[in-house]
Write a protein that binds this ligand. Structure first.
Ligand SMILES: [Zn+2]
Length: 221
């Protein structure tokens, strides 16, 4: 069927395969991580078949997540209030800061209930190959919390940093860099115990293993 094939290629090229709003939805969905064109089409057709209220609910959820949720100005965790409830909680140990790559890691570690201090989310890890340098992360704001007590909740200068980066090559490199910067400031630097699977991601580690990793944190040499 060579002629049919030609037709398909023609429509893909001039973008007229679907009515414009459908095409726009597919293109927008396809920009999401892990969603290819085929999945985007399937999602778009699901929305088209759904009742109008369901599409409205989806649209409202997307709008609200940007409007109501932000990054805490102190620790960069996701929050509805700024500073976040953890930074605002006076019963937590404000002298201890657990440093992680992304907000999801805070949630996983917080569920263990072991860490009673605060957090700092780097929003990534140093990755020279991807062009990610310390300047692209929240490292300046992290170090400011150690340099200037007014930048840390309660005006408390932190004395302990727990490095909770993923046990990957880039996570280890980032931990090494941070350990150097923090030691210059006289901070006691520990890292999560090495029970964590090498190359793994904190967010997928079981609660019990994470709890052990915090409790058994080791001083970084
Ligand atoms: Zn916070």
């Amino acid at each position: 069927m060579p002629s049919k094939q030609r037709d398909n290629q023609g429509s893909a090229r001039n973008g007229s395969a679907y009515p414009e709003p459908v095409e726009r939805l597919i293109e927008t969905l396809a920009r999401l991580p892990g969603i290819g064109r085929r999945t985007a089409e399937r999602l778009a057709f699901y929305v088209l078949k759904s009742p109008a209220e369901e599409a409205d609910r989806l649209a409202a959820a997307l709008r609200d997540v940007k409007r109501a949720v932000r990054h805490c100005r102190v620790c960069y965790n996701l929050t509805q209030s700024d500073p976040c409830p953890i930074c605002a909680d006076g019963s937590r140990d404000r002298a201890s800061v657990l440093i992680v790559e992304q907000p999801k890691d805070c949630i996983a570690l917080e569920q263990t209930g072991v860490h009673r201090g605060l957090y700092h989310v780097l929003m990534g890890r140093i990755s020279p190959l991807d062009g990610v340098t310390p300047a692209h992360l929240t490292i300046d704001d992290l170090l400011a919390r150690f340099d200037d007590p007014s930048r840390n909740p309660g005006g408390v200068r932190p004395t302990e940093a727990v490095l909770g980066l993923n046990p990957t090559l880039e996570g280890d490199g980032t931990a090494l860099y941070l350990a150097g910067e923090l030691r210059k400031r006289g901070v006691a630097v520990t890292r999560l115990a090495r029970g964590l699977p090498s190359g793994g991601q904190l967010e997928y580690v079981s609660r019990a293993v994470l709890a052990d990793a915090i409790a058994g944190r080791q001083r970084m040499e």
